[in-house]
Write a protein that binds this ligand. Structure first.
Ligand code: NOJ
Length: 761
């Protein structure tokens, strides 16, 4: 018996030492990334290699037109190495188990559209950009990454950094507006937030810069439409945010659906290889958008899916999202010598490299930890951060006679489809967010005014009466079946009893986002009828707007004394809006897209070029509309506060600069009102004469300053002369001597100005 025990212990020790030898061996091998990945590739069949270049949606949720049957068998046979639209530790563990049954046991990579938060939903990106606060942008990405990674995910399809200047395009909601400098700053912050300092950190996930490139400029604002753009516009305006994200270390890039210079991005070798990899030095992997290889047959640049797959791989696309084209055709393309096996290997390497960096080869289940999910998701701290971000994202568009903030007394009527609404608050692309957990305005106002003011409610109108639109947006279950007249009469009765009326109107979440372009970007007509009817009662009205794009608000601006833009603010919408409504918080957001007066002005953006015939009222033959002004209703950078800021003493350190100098500008800003507040200060330049025509103004710097009531501060900006460079007609990046105007102010129109000269050397 004694001997037996000895033998067992001895055998256990041998087993342990063998195990630890194997572990050590594995770890040593793993430590040398390149050798490890190359060895793995050398063991792979062509099908297994193509499997690593394949991404399929799971059946948990689907974000595009098609779904692949049998994807689970594909995982087990090594023919699918990546999955999207699957999350939760339990579900990703289940799928990862399937990958561990495959011959080489290469772990799956799990991707998802974590766009503005995972479960704690932050404001839509367009809204968040109005905070002009890169620390907030980074923080929301960091929280999203922590929640997503705790929920089984490795990879987000964010940030979307497409500059967008046409508000008819529904996806303006997902980006940071019309400006490349602000867009670049936010792009950098987002990448930093998602990826942290190391992807080895379990709280980090891979970011994916999209949609490369120029997806934000579809003709006429119609989603998926053709893009046709000059090289100069591309390099001076549209490309910088992608470049900024890549310079910040973004691990992956998603190709856009559109064509560029006649070649779809997904087959565009100039874009994906010459520019992205060779010029910009991108080292990560490129994934297509949903079935965009297949869609090239529709574009008409290839005759069939075989040619599409060959063109995509040869252009430099590594991973095929959902189309199964690589899997179906590239093996025969290798045999026919239409693609090189070495190029497939290089693509496989890049994808395995990402998996390696995430630590998945050490532990494929690293992100499948149920207990971490419980501790990390929707914590009080995350919800507080979401509320702060929501407050910072709101833009006060009008506030006649300081109608806002409201007093918590008297009779306040809350009217409109967004008062009790929760469904729309988390906005479009709210991924794993659960709208039933969003907090609405009604509950927040009720608790804020309890025992002090009398509040009443009427919905007044559905979000729309357009039955076709209701069908397209699948919102039948949220529609009040009572007649429009009944709803309106109820609102009139409620409003008649009130001292002040708060109207919460706007777009439903599905009216912006992907495949949600609109040709009329006003508040839906039935809600306008409600607004006009209530306005006719002659009582003070505060208009709260929920929407995912700039709206046309000319009538509203002419008739309604107070207007607050609230976008879709996420989980904490209600409490955040309520705080601004009653003055517990002071609004400070400023617009990052111009709001047109009517849709006929679109596209409208501040950094326009001069024309040879600038508008002059006394002349017939000048650039104008006969029926509307040229200017937007609310310009870029515009937004009010409950306090006032006065700017004075704009100074430069010199009036003449040389090529390597730094331009130092200084201005004084004073809070002359009675409340503390944040002010977003913007610096623009205008290059008066260039070898190519230059925009009337270009944002170069911005800062956000907190000023106590009465406080005055000086703010300094440093501008390197390099920041005055632009791409000329020969596509050379040049710095041209000459005279520049420099403006500093509260928005693009309301500025102080000075000039400086830049000499040749
Ligand atoms: C299509 C969208 O264009 C893209 O932004 C998204 O990431 C993918 N679908 C995946 O859902």
């Amino acid at each position: 018996m004694k001997n037996l025990t000895k033998t067992i212990v001895f055998m256990m020790l041998i087993g342990l030492s063998q195990w630890s030898f194997a572990q050590k061996n594995k770890n040593t091998k793993l430590a040398n990334k390149e050798a490890f990945i190359q060895e793995l590739i050398s063991k792979m069949t062509v099908d297994e290699k193509l499997g690593q270049l394949t991404l399929y949606t799971s059946d948990m949720s689907v974000t595009g037109p098609v779904m692949r049957d049998n994807y689970k068998q594909d995982i087990m046979s090594g023919r699918c190495g990546n999955i999207f639209n699957a999350y939760t530790p339990a579900y990703t563990r289940k799928l990862q188990d399937l990958a561990m049954q495959s011959r080489l046991k290469i772990p799956l990579l799990f991707g998802y559209d974590v766009i503005h938060g995972h479960k704690t939903i932050f404001p839509i990106p367009l809204g968040e950009s109005c905070a002009w606060d890169t620390l907030l942008s980074e923080q929301s990405a960091k929280i999203a990454a922590a929640e997503a990674s705790a929920d089984g995910l490795h990879w987000t399809y964010s940030p979307m950094v497409d500059v967008a200047r046409d508000p008819r395009w529904g996806r303006v909601a997902e980006g940071s507006g019309e400006d490349p400098i602000l867009g670049s700053a936010i792009a950098r912050a987002k990448v930093k937030g998602y990826q942290g300092s190391s992807l080895k950190n379990k709280e980090s996930i891979l970011s994916c810069v999209k949609h490369f490139a120029l997806y934000g400029a579809p003709i006429a604002g119609r989603d998926y439409n053709t893009v046709d753009m000059s090289q100069q516009n591309m390099f001076n305006v549209y490309l910088p945010p992608y470049k900024a994200a890549i310079d910040a270390g973004a691990a992956s890039v998603m190709s856009s659906f559109n064509e560029i210079n006649g070649v779809p991005a997904t087959a565009n070798k100039w874009l994906m290889t010459d520019l992205l990899r060779k010029q910009w030095g991108f080292k990560g992997f490129v994934v297509t958008d949903y079935t965009s290889i297949n869609e090239m047959v529709n574009h008409g640049n290839v005759a069939n899916e075989y040619e599409a797959g060959v063109a995509a791989l040869n252009a430099g696309i590594d991973m095929d999202m959902q189309g199964a084209v690589y899997m179906t055709y590239l093996k025969s393309a290798v045999e026919k010598n239409d693609v090189k096996l070495a190029d497939i290997d290089a693509a496989v390497y890049r994808i395995l490299d990402a998996k390696w960096q995430l630590g998945l080869f050490e532990n494929p289940y690293l992100y499948c930890d149920e207990s971490r999910a419980k501790q990390t998701i929707m914590t009080t701290a995350n919800l507080e951060a979401a509320e702060q971000t929501a407050i910072a994202s709101m833009v006060l568009l009008k506030n006649e006679n300081n109608l806002l903030p409201l007093k918590t007394s008297g009779k306040i009527a809350l009217i409109g489809p967004f008062v009790k609404n929760k469904r729309d608050l988390i906005g479009n692309w709210s991924g794993a967010g659960n709208w039933t957990q969003a907090k609405n305005l009604w509950d927040a106002v009720q608790s804020r005014t309890a025992g002090k003011a009398t509040i009443s409610y009427a919905m007044g109108a559905n979000v729309t009466d357009d039955t076709l639109l209701i069908q397209k947006m699948h919102i039948q279950e949220f529609i009040d079946k009572r007649s429009a007249e009944t709803l309106l009469n109820e609102a009139i009765a409620v409003a008649s009893e009130a001292d002040i009326i708060v109207m919460a109107l706007g777009e439903s979440e599905g009216m912006s986002g992907e495949a949600a372009s609109r040709s009329d970007i006003g508040i839906p007509s039935n809600q306008m009828q409600l607004l006009k009817t209530i306005h006719a009662l002659g009582k003070p009205i505060v208009l709260l707007l929920s929407n995912g794009r700039p709206l046309t608000l000319s009538w509203e601006n002419d008739h309604i004394p107070a207007i607050l833009e609230t976008w879709f603010l996420g989980t904490q919408s209600g409490p955040a809006i309520c705080k601004v409504l009653f003055g517990d918080a002071n609004p400070s957001g400023k617009l990052t897209m111009s709001f047109p007066r009517n849709v006929g002005q679109v596209p409208i953006y501040y950094a326009a070029k001069h024309t040879g015939r600038p508008f002059d009222n006394s002349q017939k033959y000048t650039s104008k509309y006969l029926d509307i002004e040229n200017t937007p209703l609310y310009p870029f950078g515009y937004g009010l506060s409950y306090t006032q800021f006065i700017y004075s003493n704009l100074k430069l350190n010199k009036s003449q600069y040389k090529e390597k100098d730094t331009i130092e500008a200084c201005i004084e800003v004073q809070n002359t009102g009675e409340r503390d507040g944040y002010e977003i200060i913007q610096l623009y330049v205008q290059d008066l004469v260039g070898s190519s025509t230059r925009p009337v103004k270009e944002l170069k710097k911005f800062a956000k300053l907190h000023l106590k009531a009465g406080q005055r501060k000086q703010i300094y900006f440093k501008l390197a002369t390099d920041e005055l460079c632009f791409y000329n007609a020969n596509m050379e990046r040049v710095l041209e001597p000459g005279t520049f105007k420099l403006f500093v102010g509260k928005n693009v129109v309301d500025v102080m100005e000075t000039t400086f000269d830049l000499s040749a050397k």
